[in-house]
Design a protein around this ligand. Structure first.
Ligand code: BV8
Length: 239
């Protein structure tokens, strides 16, 4: 199967799901989740940093890792892949649902509607422990991380850490979209992280993997297109 075949599948499909991972944002300049870590985090794997346990043990180091990623993401732009997805949604309202594992908000910034962000948003934060009355009375005191001036409750990034449940509403909507779609485009994910990757195994529709490398989901695919998000999606999604 090649890209022209898949373009035909896109044109036939009434309901399409795009399941995206970190590779979707690589051409915007955002390192993928498993790209080598830099600086003081070089000796850690992301799975070791993106956990509540790591944050409680070393709040400043984990907070700074997110602050660095947040700053870097604020300076990049959506790429041609994000834009092609948003343009398709605008031309064909209701035909394409975006389910993303990414926390960078780039689908949303490209103009995609109804994005199901399974792992949260790095630009937002929330309290680490259940907030008390004092936490709402004053703005958090600046720091690495910011904290409640009265009880010391810490702010944490509003992302889903490993070992944490995914947001119920988004996950259920993504499962329903996967079950109902005719076609799922799986773009820029190694297919390692569950339950997100499981969506590609739970769909009724054809599965197409778009990735420059092999992935854990290739065996579940009806077509594997070696290529990139910004390189292939504009072609696959043009009318
Ligand atoms: C949970 C936010 C219930 C934080 C992230 C089975 C069922 C349920 C759970 C599990 C299970 N098996 C294991 C688990 C536990 C765990 C898990 O999956 N572990 C993995 C490591 C095995 N899952 C969880 O903990 C989830 N919670 O299930 O709760 C529960 C509770 C307790 C116990 C059991 C169950 C929560 C998972 C969410 C974690 N949070 N992100 C943060 O960002 O800091 S996940 C993180 O990984 C990112 O969101 C990222 O998007 C995601 C997945 O990685 P990818 O997107 O695939 O990125 P990766 O770098 O791996 O790959 C990039 C790909 O792009 C590559 O293939 C590359 O070739 C390609 N690429 C590169 N350039 C391009 C490109 N593609 C296209 N174009 C390009 N230009």
């Amino acid at each position: 199967m090649n890209a022209d075949h898949v373009r035909g599948w896109v044109r036939e499909a009434r309901r399409i799901v795009l399941l995206s991972g970190a590779g979707m944002s690589a051409e915007s300049g955002v390192p993928t989740f498993r790209d080598a870590q830099a600086g003081m985090w070089a000796k850690f794997r992301p799975e070791e940093l993106a956990t509540e346990q790591a944050f409680r043990a070393r709040p400043a180091m984990v907070w700074d890792w997110y602050a660095l990623r947040r700053e870097m993401i604020a300076q990049v732009e959506p790429n041609a892949g994000h834009r092609a997805v948003a343009a398709f949604q605008q031309r064909h309202p209701g035909r394409l649902a975006v389910v993303t594992q990414n926390v960078d908000g780039l689908h949303q910034r490209a103009g995609s509607a109804g994005v199901l962000a399974l792992h949260g948003n790095i630009a937002q934060e929330k309290w680490l422990d259940a907030p008390r009355a004092c936490c709402a009375q004053h703005p958090p005191v600046d720091g690495h991380p910011p904290r409640c001036a009265v009880c010391g409750n810490l702010c944490r990034p509003a992302v889903v850490w490993f070992g944490e449940m995914l947001p119920q509403a988004e996950l259920e909507a993504a499962e329903a979209a996967a079950a109902a779609c005719d076609l799922m485009l799986v773009v820029g994910t190694s297919g390692v992280v569950y339950p997100a990757a499981g969506l590609a195994r739970a769909t009724r529709g054809r599965v197409v993997v778009v990735n420059p490398e092999s992935t854990e989901l290739d065996d579940a695919a009806d077509a594997v297109l070696p290529g990139t998000a910004a390189g292939l999606l504009p072609r696959l999604l043009e009318d």
